[in-house]
Write a protein that binds this ligand. Structure first.
Ligand code: ATP
Ligand code: MG
Length: 137
């Protein structure tokens, strides 16, 4: 799988970090092949984050991801694009994210961690299909 889904989250848009995050991914060698900008419908966000349904943070997660516009994009790399993006994102909790990663350098709290990236080839296929069904996979 050489494509993966990225969401530049509302906190990143609010803080003016879209260019920084897109630039980091591009400089690493990933290419943007599709993108859309806007506020997610709650139903789409629920589908995207379905695996978290029932968790104590689930409602807050949906509130957060739908509170303002996001950049949803498909990026492509020579191999394992999802792994490249996950490495560059850093750990889910920015307190654990290494310096040099997007979360490690630019975020401080779990709930506002700037970027989503698919966590496996299967997740990438599933998530790309939600937002960009015409791309096929
Ligand atoms: P994302 O899916 O957004 O890329 P991730 O894959 O690093 O993040 P997940 O485990 O998929 O982390 O969790 C999705 C999101 O839910 C996280 O980005 C975080 O904001 C929130 N989250 C996850 N676990 C917790 C938790 N224990 N408490 C609060 N929020 C959480
Ligand atoms: Mg995840």
């Amino acid at each position: 799988m050489n494509r993966t889904l990225v969401i530049v989250k509302p906190d990143a848009v609010e803080r003016g970090l879209v260019g920084e995050i897109v630039g980091r991914l591009e400089r690493k060698g990933l290419r943007f092949v599709a993108a859309t900008f806007g506020t997610l419908d709650r139903s789409v966000a629920a589908l995207h984050y379905a695996e978290h349904e029932g968790r104590p943070y689930y409602d807050g997660l949906l509130d957060f991801i739908t509170r303002g516009p996001v950049l949803v994009a498909v990026v492509e790399g020579p191999t394992d694009a999802w792994r490249v993006v996950r490495l560059m994102m850093g750990a889910t909790n920015p307190l654990d994210a290494a310096p040099g990663t997007i979360r490690g350098d630019l975020a401080t709290v779990m709930a506002e961690n700037l970027i989503h990236g698919s966590d496996s080839a299967e997740s990438a296929r599933r998530e790309i299909d939600i937002f960009f069904p015409h791309l096929g996979s």
